[in-house]
Design a binder for this molecule. Structure first.
Ligand code: KIV
Ligand code: ZN
Length: 386
């Protein structure tokens, strides 16, 4: 039986921290409803103490989006937890997510505390949150730069205090896959109670490794992954939901892990988030970029036309994309141009096609891409000569 991986989407919290990406209340609800259609297990709807508007938006999501768990973020402070609880208490399944620094640089330089004080604060905060809500997640911030023994102690004590989810964040995208996988494995060995809770990971992309690090952690026993649509988030972003989900789905024999994600909803969700948050998607972005299923070289186009599996490891329709795109450029061969002409409704003799193809190549040498309109005018010019 495949093991289930829980998908915790933080597009509306960590993703919304991108400068200029702020959503208004109604937009937040639209995105949350789409995340529900996508099948995420948890929506982190916001950080209610950050502004009254965010608290209101989180509350709206909590009241109107029923299927996923609705989480909100709080620092390890009573005031944050009180405000968060007010915002999410109407959800069918609320979750309080508390975080506190675990690395020395964060504890000493940012919080101006020592390890013992930070540990006590974390434990008190989890106990306090637990009075409101049975479902409490704790994140030891900057875990990958923390002293490992101290990290184990924090995890053990916060589980004892009532945390039902422990999330290990690579807050500054510092770790590398092999090291992060080992950290998760060793943490499970050193703190056996991690087997009784949900063990989550949350990776940032500062070194371009957020997806790879998440996968390494999943292979080593993480049961929840935190991610965002299109990988948006602080600085270089967070692990991209669509990448993690499609890696697991594309290599089922290797991983034997399933998610609840309805993959044909991936592209619609990606486009919605991009549009609403004003964050364009790079064309070569894995899974959701405009070129992710576009083939431009003649050799590749020929292969695709014979059997799509030659150059396609994911069926575009499985992620909600239109069928693969054959982009016509000077690199395109006769087969792709012929196919496009047939799609456009032209039934041409071999002789006429050869003339058109010659003309196509000379236009394509000047233009980067030949559109359907370009191709039509090439054909019309050629046919008018007959
Ligand atoms: O990156 C991080 O450490 C976070 C935590 C609040 C989970 O976003
Ligand atoms: Zn984060």
């Amino acid at each position: 039986m495949p093991r289930k991986l829980l998908i915790f989407d933080t597009t509306l919290r960590d993703g919304e921290q991108v400068p200029g990406a702020k959503l208004n209340i109604d937009q937040k609800l639209v995105v949350a409803k789409q995340l529900e259609r996508l099948g995420v297990d948890v929506i982190e709807a916001g950080f209610p103490v950050s502004s009254p508007g965010d608290a209101k938006a989180v509350n709206l999501v909590a009241r109107q989006v029923r299927k996923p768990i609705i989480a909100g973020l709080a620092r390890a402070l009573k005031k944050d937890i009180d405000i968060l609880w007010e915002a999410i208490k109407d959800a069918d399944r609320p979750r309080i997510h508390v975080f506190l620094a675990a690395s020395d640089v964060h504890i000493e330089k940012k919080l101006r505390l020592n390890r013992e004080q930070a540990l006590e604060m974390a434990v008190e905060a989890v106990k306090y949150a637990k009075k409101y809500c049975p479902n409490v997640e704790f994140s030891p911030e900057d875990a990958t730069r923390a002293d490992f023994d101290y990290l184990c102690q924090v995890v053990e004590e916060t589980i004892k205090a009532g945390a039902t989810v422990i999330n290990i964040p690579d807050t500054v995208g510092y770790t590398i896959p092999e090291e992060f996988g080992r950290l998760i494995r060793k943490l499970r060995e050193r703190v056996p109670t991690t087997d009784k809770i949900i063990l989550s990971v949350h990776c940032h992309n500062d070194l371009g490794l957020a997806t790879a690090n998440s996968i390494a952690a999943i292979v080593n026993g993480a049961t929840q992954v935190e991610c965002t649509i299109n990988g948006i988030g602080e600085r270089a972003g967070n692990a991209a939901l669509e990448e993690i989900v499609m890696i697991l789905k594309t290599r089922p024999q290797y991983f034997n892990i399933e998610t609840n994600i309805v993959t044909p909803e991936i592209i619609p969700t990606s486009r919605l988030v991009s549009r609403m948050m004003n964050l364009p998607i790079q064309p070569n972005k894995a899974i959701v970029g405009a070129n992710a299923f576009a083939h431009s070289s003649g050799v590749h186009q020929d292969g695709i036309l014979k059997d799509r599996r030659t150059y396609e490891i994911i069926r575009p329709e499985d992620v909600g994309a239109q069928q693969h795109l054959l982009v016509l450029t000077a690199r395109s061969g006769r087969k792709a141009v012929r196919q496009k002409l047939t799609d456009l409704g032209y039934d041409l003799s071999d002789e006429t096609f050869e003339k058109i193809y010659k003309r196509f190549l000379s236009v394509a040498d000047r233009k980067k891409e030949i559109t359907a309109a370009d191709l039509k005018s090439i054909v019309e010019v050629e046919l008018s000569k007959v």
